[in-house]
Design a protein around this ligand. Structure first.
Ligand SMILES: NC(=O)c1ccc[n+]([C@@H]2O[C@H](COP(=O)([O-])OP(=O)(O)OC[C@H]3O[C@@H](n4cnc5c(N)ncnc54)[C@H](OP(=O)(O)O)[C@@H]3O)[C@@H](O)[C@H]2O)c1
Length: 398
């Protein structure tokens, strides 16, 4: 709890932040909290989201985080009494559940493609797959970005012997999706063993692709579905060669729980940053389940992985509400949010662990096989998403 002298010091250290005393929106009565009013909503939402996901103890309240944000930022910017605030938060936390990590499968000689592998969760996933012996096709939006990621990975301690190869595509472009499929065919002529559809983005304002599809829907759902289809033959080929099923893991998000299937992929009306993202994640998840039902699981398995909240540049790049949440949480992110390596181990790599092999239609989160939302498992929703998606893929010539 901050006394008024500490509050005064913090206020001076944090221009733009205001003192807040008395009862907060959650009904608590902190003696003193420093809040940037523009960030308070994001902080509440972040804490609620984390608690729903079981990532943060229920005993932690948004006002504690606000104090911690204040404290950590202030301690970086000015050496004053901020440490009291950080200590308060640290003491009020109960231990988080430790992730249950499964051993990584031996992927020696196998080929894996990770989309969005130049940053965040994708980069961490690519590193782990390389460590497991795979030839990793490191996808970036552009060739220079993919090559930079490839060099970064190759230079990491312990990964000197791993093989990383750069591939590139702007995933909102139909032509570039086809080009990516061709690049994979050339680099992995005997088939693709693992496909991780990780790339994702949010947009604070509605943007359309040249095909008239809203960007979030194009990158998060359509590109995922298109790559599942475009690379299916190469995945089946690898399964026949290796005599084990090839594996597809599609990265999802807790936002699928508030998503709905939509028919108008242009969002001519009703665009919202979180709405479009949540709907796209729900549709990508339902499509994953549709593929799992449709494709023989002895050939190719389709699973989903929810990394939980991850400390990456996702929110900063997205801007809007995600950007505000990012700014609110960044100072305390190491306390609150898993880094990409831990998040990858608990989600994508968990779905690729030996005990998950041969299982299709699973949802992996927080280190275990779990249940996704009721809506995502609804057969009518899965059928609806599959029908709309197949129709759109056919229209685009996939
Ligand atoms: N961060 C979280 O808290 C969180 C929580 C749940 C789920 N997720 C999911 O985890 C996945 C990875 O996200 P992250 O947090 O690691 O974010 P990130 O660091 O921004 O990584 C996303 C990657 O996707 C790429 N990408 C986005 N749009 C693209 C496009 N049109 N064409 C080609 N590449 C594109 C990005 O490239 P550029 O850098 O060039 O844009 C970046 O490499 C996403 O699917 C995200 O929805 C994240």
């Amino acid at each position: 709890m901050l006394d008024s002298a500490s509050l005064g010091g913090l206020s001076r250290a944090l221009p733009g932040w205001t003192r807040k005393t008395g009862q907060d929106r959650l009904g608590n009565a902190p003696q003193g909290v420093l809040v940037d009013p523009g960030l308070a909503e994001g902080l509440d939402a972040a804490v609620n989201c984390q608690q729903q996901a079981g990532e943060l103890p229920r005993t932690v309240r948004a006002d504690m985080c606000a104090r911690s944000v204040s404290g950590v930022v202030a301690s970086r910017r000015a050496e004053d009494s901020a440490s009291g605030a950080s200590r308060h938060f640290a003491e009020s936390r109960t231990p988080m559940t430790e992730p249950r990590n499964a051993p990584t499968a031996d992927l020696s000689g196998r080929f894996a493609l990770v989309t969005g592998a130049a940053d965040g969760l994708g980069l961490a996933t690519a590193a782990e797959l390389g460590r497991a012996g795979a030839n990793v096709l490191v996808h970036g939006r552009t060739r220079p970005k993919a090559e930079q990621a490839m060099r970064l990975l190759s230079g990491r301690p312990g990964l000197e012997a791993a093989r990383f190869v750069a591939v590139h595509a702007e995933l909102s472009s139909v032509d570039e999706l086809r080009s990516l499929s061709s690049q994979v065919g050339e680099l992995a002529p005997d088939g693709l063993d693992v496909l991780v559809n990780n790339a994702g983005a949010q947009f604070s304002e509605r943007r359309l692709t040249s095909d008239g599809i809203e960007m979030t829907t194009a990158v998060v759902h359509l590109a995922t579905a298109a790559l599942c289809r475009l690379l299916l033959d190469q995945l089946s080929q690898a399964a026949r060669r290796a005599r084990v099923p090839a594996q597809v893991v599609n990265v999802t998000s807790i936002n699928e729980r508030i998503g709905k299937p939509v028919n108008d992929w242009s969002y001519a009306a009703g665009y919202g940053q979180v709405r479009a993202y949540s709907n796209a994640k729900l549709m990508a998840l339902a499509y994953t389940y549709a593929m799992a039902r449709q494709i023989d699981e002895t050939q190719v398995t389709f699973n989903a992985a929810d990394p939980g909240a991850v400390f990456t540049d996702f929110g900063r790049k997205a801007g809007g509400s995600a950007g505000r949440m990012d700014r609110a949480l960044r100072p305390v992110a190491p306390l609150l949010i898993a880094g990409p390596e831990k998040a990858a181990r608990r989600s994508v790599l968990r779905a690729l662990a030996p005990d998950a092999a041969g299982r299709s239609g699973g949802f992996y989160a927080r280190g275990a096989l779990r249940a996704s939302s009721k809506r995502s498992n609804d057969p009518a929703v899965i059928a609806e998403v599959q029908a709309v998606t197949e129709e759109r893929l056919a229209t685009l010539g996939f």
